[in-house]
Ligand binder design. Sequence first.
Ligand code: NAP
Length: 356
Amino acid sequence: MKRVALLGATGSIGRQALEIIEANPELELVAAASGKQPIEGLAPLTQVGGDPTRLLESAEPDVVLNAVVGFAGLPGTLWTLEQGIDLALANKESLVAGGDLAVAAWERGGGRILPVDSEHSAAFQLLEHREPKSVDSLVLTASGGPFRGRSRADLEGVTPAEALAHPTWSMGPKITVDSATLMNKGLELIEAHFLFGLPYERIEVVVHPTSVVHALVRLRDGAALAHLGYPDMRVPISYALTYPERAATRIPKLDLASGLILEFSAADEDAFPCLALARSAGEAGGVAPCVLNAANEVAVAAFLDGSLPFLGIPDVVERTLDRLDHPPARDLDDLVAADAEARRLAAALTREPAAR
Ligand SMILES: NC(=O)c1ccc[n+]([C@@H]2O[C@H](COP(=O)([O-])OP(=O)(O)OC[C@H]3O[C@@H](n4cnc5c(N)ncnc54)[C@H](OP(=O)(O)O)[C@@H]3O)[C@@H](O)[C@H]2O)c1
């Protein structure tokens, strides 16, 4: 039996995780947490809002699935890594914002991070037991979101409802908007850097509209290995929760006979500047990724409530990054302060029209 603690139990990933746990007699849900929604009775131990540390300590889990959205997931990530407990990580924002601290806690704790993001789950499987020097680069695929193929001018005036209509994945609202701006792929680039220890210049992003290939690894002899599967988060969730066994799931097998379309193209960084913003924040290091993430959370919330246009999202993120310094964070307090300062500035910038 594996004891599972589930943070973010009411969300898109959380609900799919409950389905996987329910169907697998080897998995036992010992604790669950949400942000606001009531979840009493869902697990022996539950908590709504706040720092989940005490809940996790009492639950004594074998694996923590962190499916909280946003920077709020950071305490759960840091606690789990510090304890050396397996972390099934969906909450990419914690690794983006707190990458250096998280990696240090991971090294001290000595546990495992089992990525839940489908691209990182794929990359983890492609890279496992592979000689690092044989790897040339990692390729993350992006569906391109609902606005793939549009120019910058075509993105003026797109609505939250249009941005929320993702072509291949059904997900929570924040990540769906991030997919439409390509910030999601930018966050994933930074996540991959910290998860796999690869420098940014060895992580590529390509657009692949059907989301069947989740990631590729290019090897030094010219071969490339790919991970394929239908876009269904229950596969990487199950993989992370049952690792290393890899339990059976009810997800349909790839139907190769019906003709799979494996089309790839470069991302349009002019129409979707968030990807380049994330890459440069990652390369800048220090608290730059934390600032990027905080500004993006504020801008996405403003877009969803109708107070910021779609193109205002990259604009607010860029101006927030430009106006703040990005020193390294020595500890969690530094990171929380950088996050709060970036949120204050980004909120002010959402009310201030862009200069261009
Ligand atoms: N959805 C996907 O397919 C997918 C794929 C890859 C990666 N991810 C990543 O997985 C994470 C979750 O995504 P999602 O789509 O499942 O989001 P979601 O549907 O919006 O769910 C978010 C979850 O986080 C909880 N939460 C929010 N604020 C919290 C706080 N302050 N403290 C504790 N819990 C809090 C919510 O609780 P309440 O309901 O009570 O507010 C909810 O359970 C994100 O980091 C996302 O990038 C998601």
